[in-house]
Ligand binder design. Structure first.
Ligand SMILES: [Ca+2]
Length: 104
């Protein structure tokens, strides 16, 4: 009782799709009567999620339109070509349509 094991770090790559994933872990053995379980929901944020709230929506499309029109600072040059324009807007629309975020 009262003992612990060194921290274990696990790094994973996930598909480039906005979603919430749940990290889960189960530990058994060591004389424990029952397995110990823990879970931790994690929001996956992609570059197409312009407002970084955890999913890609029409609000993100609107944010890119504002940037392309110059009414907002051009902060999300998703294809990294030096300008925020209709190409970047299309990348966000594709993400909204669940084709994934193809930002570079
Ligand atoms: Ca661009």
């Amino acid at each position: 009782m009262g003992q612990s094991y060194d921290p274990i770090t696990v790094t994973v790559n996930v598909p480039n799709v906005s979603a919430t994933l749940t990290n889960q872990v189960s530990v058994s053995g060591g004389g424990a009567v029952a397995a110990a379980n823990a879970s931790d929901p994690t929001i996956i944020v992609t570059p197409c999620d312009v407002n970084q709230q955890g999913s890609t929506t029409a609000a993100d499309v609107q944010a890119l339109i504002n940037q392309a029109l110059g009414s907002a600072a051009p902060a999300n040059d998703l294809n990294n070509d030096g300008v925020v324009n209709v190409v970047d807007i299309q990348l966000v629309i594709d993400a909204v349509l669940n084709f994934g975020c193809q930002a570079m």
